[in-house]
Design a binder for this molecule. Sequence first.
Ligand SMILES: [Zn+2]
Length: 145
Amino acid sequence: MKYWGFFVLKLLVTAVVGFVLWEAIHVIWPSSRLSYYGVSAPRFGHDLVYTLVLLLYNLVLQGLLWLNIWDQRYRCRICARRLRMPVEEGSRSHMLLFGPPHIEYICTYGHGALDVPEIPVSGRPIWKRNEDMWKELFKPRDRSK
Ligand SMILES: [Zn+2]
């Protein structure tokens, strides 16, 4: 729930940024006074600079959306924190011996690990949930031995 809530929050921030940029473009660039029979001519497609500014605006918004999705892929599915400690596993040249190459990221709070294949055709990222992977490390030692 936290994972998707954070994604929706990022999308809302992106929408607000897009709205502010849209308003800034139209404040800086007021509509033209040209009108034919009371109907103003559309600027998009007729004014080259305005059309280029809207093209850049579109590219910026698409880039922000892509960043949101890319960032979300590498977040913990439980706590929505960034996944850390990438470990490369497998081998391209010894695939049969070590398996296909992939990178495993873990949540530093022990919620799980994300297995991302390096070869896109070999599959999609797989989330493996753990109860608490650090429990073994912080378990009190048996000193009676
Ligand atoms: Zn986590």
